[in-house]
Design a protein around this ligand. Structure first.
Ligand code: 5AD
Ligand code: SF4
Length: 467
């Protein structure tokens, strides 16, 4: 859970300042969406405040991917209700809005079980938030907007005038939303709707503004980011490789990342981009979910385990220092010991620098939820433990392999200890060195000296710093 940091500028002229508190759960897309909701509300006079108690409007931006998502939302809403009641007793109005994927999936249920909620809005309707606020304030009744409108939300949201957190050196930029893949276990195609790509000109304009205000690293976001197919300036269609090339040409932008990718969309152009564009970081989150062809078929993933191995081989050929991250699900319906062993074998073959792994948990309305051969909970537990132990071993080995090497680090903040500054390696590990704050914002070579649990220590290669 992340309370958004106060985001900057100008309250609208002539409107009283009103407090806005956004609670964000879930993925980076949600963090980004929360910032955009704050943006569209700023002209109405809404200014970020630190606590819900001080807020005239509270937005709970939800995530549906994890287990028991809906219950968590209702329990949080219970807490917010008390705050709203308390404020009402003092004559203060409070608008409560529920946004994000749980809003999309459970809109009616939310209004039935939590009638004190004023607005329920799905992820495709954020641009209409000001109008919904006005309607909620006027009517005093609940407003629900969870349709996927025909118009694309990217066309309606104002482009951010500044990075989401001013002064940031790294920023997220959503270029694509939704998914048409319909993996058996996943709610995203139902909650986020069909795949939509943002036009190239709008992405480049936002990226340029970010870089002008100091951003040095941009992470391109999308549920299926490498399926990007944005309208180009000449009425042509650009893929992610072409977009990355144009972004890399922006002076001052050192680093480009993208997440989350699907193996099926890892085409030759994108693999070549990893060879040709140095700014494209050699770290790729490419979920495979399972190493068993039978389970991959049941999951409707559209690729085999060997297809994945082959993509990884080509990526390493293009960019030998590229490291991988992945998502795994254990205990998908029908998964036998043999299938699970195929996943372990794939992990041993590919090796991952980092990974997320989950026990399968049924999502109502998805095909796998009603499938036969559900795997017992204790079997899932045992498989998850075994997989996580192997992945942890590989992560430690990867981090250890950097000790003694010199790697570029983009410094982004002062460290926890006095006299330290911290940044990120190309593979996203936090790196700490002894250094002065004036180096923050620079990308400098660092010799890694020590592996800690989840980060690295190093020393600045001074002769290069002052060269
Ligand atoms: N059960 C378990 N894990 C899931 N994920 C998505 N849906 C489910 C589910 N029903 C995992 C996938 C996906 C990641 C974001 O969450 O691994 O890549
Ligand atoms: Fe969900 Fe990703 Fe599959 Fe789309 S590709 S259905 S977002 S897991």
């Amino acid at each position: 859970m992340t309370g958004l940091p106060p985001s900057s500028p100008s309250p609208a002229r002539g409107l009283p300042a009103r407090g806005l508190h956004v609670i964000t759960w879930g993925c980076q897309m949600n963090v980004y969406d929360s910032a955009r909701m704050s943006d569209v509300l700023r002209p109405l006079g809404y200014q970020p405040v630190e606590t819900p108690e001080a807020a005239d409007m509270i937005i709970l931006n939800t995530c549906h991917i994890r287990d028991r998502a809906a219950e968590k939302v209702f329990s949080e809403l219970g807490r917010l209700r008390k705050i709203k009641d308390e404020r009402t007793a003092h004559g203060e109005q409070t608008i409560i809005a529920v946004a994000g994927c749980v809003a999309q999936a459970e809109g009616q249920e939310i209004l039935a079980r939590a009638p004190y909620v004023d607005i329920v809005l799905g992820p495709q309707t954020y641009h209409r938030l000001p109008e919904m606020v006005a309607r909620a304030a006027r009517a005093g009744g609940a407003v629900i907007e969870t349709d996927f409108p025909a118009e694309q939300k990217f066309d309606f949201l104002p482009d951010a005038a500044a990075p989401q957190t001013p002064g940031n050196l790294t920023a997220f930029l959503t270029i694509q939303e939704g998914c048409d893949k319909f993996c058996s276990f996943c709610v995203v195609p139902y909650t986020r709707g069909a795949e939509v790509s943002r036009p190239v000109a709008s992405v480049l304009a936002e990226a340029r503004r970010m870089v002008e205000s100091g951003v040095r690293e941009i992470s391109l976001l999308g549920q299926n980011v490498n399926a990007y197919h944005g309208a180009g300036p000449q009425g042509d269609v650009w893929g992610l490789a072409q977009l990355a090339e144009a972004l890399a040409a922006i002076p001052g932008l050192n680093r480009i990342r993208y997440a989350t990718s699907h193996p099926r969309d890892m085409d030759a152009a994108l693999i070549a981009a990893h060879r040709d564009i140095p700014a494209l970081m050699p770290f790729l989150h490419l979920p495979v979910q399972s190493g068993s062809d039978k389970i991959l078929r049941a999951m409707n993933r559209g690729h085999t385990a060997d297809d994945y191995r082959e993509i990884v081989r080509k990526l390493h050929e293009a960019r030998p220092d590229l490291a991988l991250s992945s998502d795994f699900i254990v205990g998908h319906p029908g998964e036998t010991d043999e299938d699970f062993e195929a996943t372990m074998q794939l992990v041993r073959d590919v090796t991952f620098a980092q990974a997320y792994s989950f026990k399968y948990s049924p999502r109502p309305g998805t095909p796998a939820a009603g499938a036969p051969l559900q795997v017992p909970e204790d079997v899932k537990d045992a498989r998850l433990q075994a997989l996580q132990a192997l992945l942890r071993e590989q992560q430690d080995a990867f981090n250890q392999s950097l000790v003694g090497q010199t790697v570029p680090v983009l410094f982004t903040s002062e460290g926890r200890k006095p006299g330290q500054i911290s940044g990120r390696s190309p593979w996203l590990q936090p790196v700490h060195v002894t250094g002065t704050p004036d180096l923050i914002g620079q990308e400098l070579p660092v010799r890694i000296t020590e592996r800690l649990t989840n980060s690295l220590n190093g020393v600045l290669e001074e002769e290069k710093v002052y060269a």
